[in-house]
Design a protein around this ligand. Structure first.
Ligand SMILES: [Zn+2]
Length: 279
């Protein structure tokens, strides 16, 4: 019923209970997760997890991992994408993008290095005929510039939190916008307005688990100072996050599920070709 279009099931936070986490989400109707890789050492893991759980995956180098990435990782990515060409579970190049929020990534050198990895990976997506899954943090305009220089078929602007003009520019390039836990905060006024105003065809749902906890899992700085751990997000939260969006837009849950599923399959076409998920 639900597709979590962005879930880091390979993250260390799930090492102790990964299978149980995935099973709990399936119980709640999350039939498929898209697991984007963050760097080369995880490429094998995400492919393996996708096979094991009837899910899908993407291969790429995340902007937060650019400082430790080597130029040769790009040749390795090219090769890995070739080797996985016939794997129906490989649905995109990702997670790639630009992050101008994290201070260490904002020096002139690092900005240039991020741009190098982003544009090189766009070229690989183009070469291999794959969509991209984009990490967008204070970087929408430059990401769009990269897409103008090196157009790809489609993709997802994940955890989108930009303006409606930027949203429209992504939509015009065949992208959907990913919405998740941030929508559940009443103070997310601009994001909520955007999620209501956009055509439904532009929206996909995601958790970004274990990150971006919805408000019901969030521990404030004060609670954390007293020893509470930040709540771990999981793909099982997707239906409850979806309920928030369904209420905001005045939709039934099943109509929202059907629309978001169709949207995910449109922007990540190989999702539609996959073998049925394991029972
Ligand atoms: Zn992510």
């Amino acid at each position: 019923m639900w597709i979590d279009t962005h879930c880091h099931l390979d993250a260390a936070e799930f090492d102790a209970d990964r299978d149980a986490v995935r099973a709990a989400a399936r119980q709640l109707g999350v039939t498929r997760c898209v697991i984007p890789a963050v760097h080369r050492p995880h490429w094998r893991d995400v492919a393996q997890l996708a096979r094991q759980h009837g899910d899908a995956y993407a291969l790429g180098i995340h902007p937060l991992y650019v400082p430790q990435a080597q130029d040769t990782d790009l040749q390795a990515l090219d090769l890995a994408l070739s080797e996985c060409r016939n794997d129906p579970r490989l649905v995109a190049v990702g997670e790639i993008g630009l992050d101008f929020f994290v201070p260490q990534l904002c020096s002139p050198d690092m900005r240039e290095r991020q741009w190098f990895f982003y544009t090189a990976q766009l070229k690989l997506a183009q070469k291999h005929g794959l969509p991209v899954i984009l990490h967008v943090r204070r970087s929408a305009d430059l990401l769009l510039k990269g897409l103008r220089q090196c157009p790809v078929a489609s993709g997802i602007a994940h955890a989108f939190n930009g303006s409606s003009q930027q949203a429209q520019a992504f939509v015009d390039r065949g992208f959907a916008l990913g919405f998740g836990g941030t929508l559940t905060y009443e103070r997310s006024l601009q994001l909520r307005r955007l999620a209501c105003d956009l055509p439904l065809s532009a929206i996909v749902l995601e958790t970004d688990a274990p990150d971006m906890p919805p408000h019901w899992l969030y521990q404030t700085a004060g609670q954390r100072a007293q020893g509470a751990a930040q709540g771990r997000n999981s793909p099982a939260e997707l239906p409850r996050i979806a309920r928030v969006l369904a209420d905001l837009r005045g939709l039934t849950l099943s109509d929202l599920a059907a629309a978001c599923r169709a949207n995910a399959c449109r922007v990540l076409p190989k999702l539609a070709e996959q073998p049925e998920p394991v029972a």
